[in-house]
Design a protein around this ligand. Structure first.
Ligand code: ADP
Ligand code: MG
Length: 271
């Protein structure tokens, strides 16, 4: 087995002796000549909420895509639970316990909440592909997974309702539930509150925080109140690089972060 210790300390966190669940090093992503990620390092510790924030275009979604396997990194390495996954396809990473929230379009609008979740639960055994005709092996455990996902996302009383009849906020929760149905160890949520009203926001905030009991949560979120309230660690990105990382209080008071959010008018805004 290859060792990845290199010249880097393994346990850099002062607060835990645990190994990171996810360890990305030197991630570079190019789109043609454009460099979206310039060498990003990220360490995510188990059972934490780790938020990634930054102005539009900072590279947050691209980073998520390289970590979940939607896009391949151009350079760099990604370890999940100590295993090299850098070159693996997204469905292989799902098998390892990496899941991301689905887009609204992936909900089957005329199927019920429970049926949508059941398909998602089965998907993990089918290399990520949905297959309605597949023999229902492990149906019992699927039912348990579905029940747990509904409970976690506050959807139990809506089990029989068609996904298309849900409110926007409920649909966003169902998307997170779909990712949970893959029984992930790490769940990646890209702006799960986008387009939500105030009432839905608060509920989603509590639900995401609750996920930390059983999962590791990596979250892209624009709402600063949510980020500051539920994150254990915050990584701030700007122009394809990590600008600063720390706990909510450190980030809240960081001048570089304030400058980054003042907009792109401040070029090289680290002064
Ligand atoms: N498929 C792509 N092809 C070319 N450029 C892309 C692609 N995806 C993202 N980008 C560019 O990469 C940069 C980072 O985008 P993105 O990761 O979506 O940022 P964020 O999620 O932080 O708003 C942007 O300049 C965006 O235009
Ligand atoms: Mg984005």
């Amino acid at each position: 087995m290859t060792t990845h210790d290199g010249n880097m300390a393994q346990s850099v966190s002062a607060t835990t002796s645990e190994q990171p669940l996810l360890q990305a090093r030197g991630i570079i992503k190019r789109f043609g000549k454009f460099v979206a990620l310039h060498g990003v390092d990220l360490q995510v510790y188990p059972r934490t909420v780790h938020s990634v924030i930054g102005p539009n275009g900072a590279g947050k979604t691209t980073l998520f895509h390289t970590l979940t396997g939607t896009l391949m990194a151009s350079e760099g390495s990604i370890l999940f639970d100590g295993q090299e996954v850098t070159q693996e396809a997204d469905h292989q990473r799902v098998q390892r316990g990496i899941a991301r929230s689905f887009q609204v379009t992936s909900l089957f609008t005329n199927l019920s909440v429970r049926e949508n979740l059941r398909l998602a639960a089965q998907g993990v055994h089918r290399s990520g592909a949905f297959d309605c005709w597949h023999a229902p092996t492990g149906a019992r455990s699927h039912a348990e997974v579905v029940d747990t996902a509904m409970e976690r996302m506050g959807l139990t009383r809506l089990a029989g309702v068609a996904a298309g009849a849900l409110s926007h906020g409920q649909q966003r929760r169902l998307e997170v539930g779909m990712a949970l149905a893959a029984r992930p160890r790490a769940i990646f949520l890209d702006e799960p509150t986008s387009g939500m009203g105030v009432d839905d926001l608060d509920e989603m905030k509590h639900l995401i925080r609750g996920l930390r009991d059983d999962h590791t949560v990596v979250l892209i979120e624009h709402n600063m109140n949510i980020v500051m309230d539920i994150s254990d660690t915050i990584t701030v990105m700007q122009q394809g690089r990590v600008l600063v990382e720390g706990r909510p209080n450190d980030i809240r008071n960081d001048e570089r972060v304030r400058a980054a959010y003042l907009g792109n008018m401040i070029t090289g805004g680290r002064a």
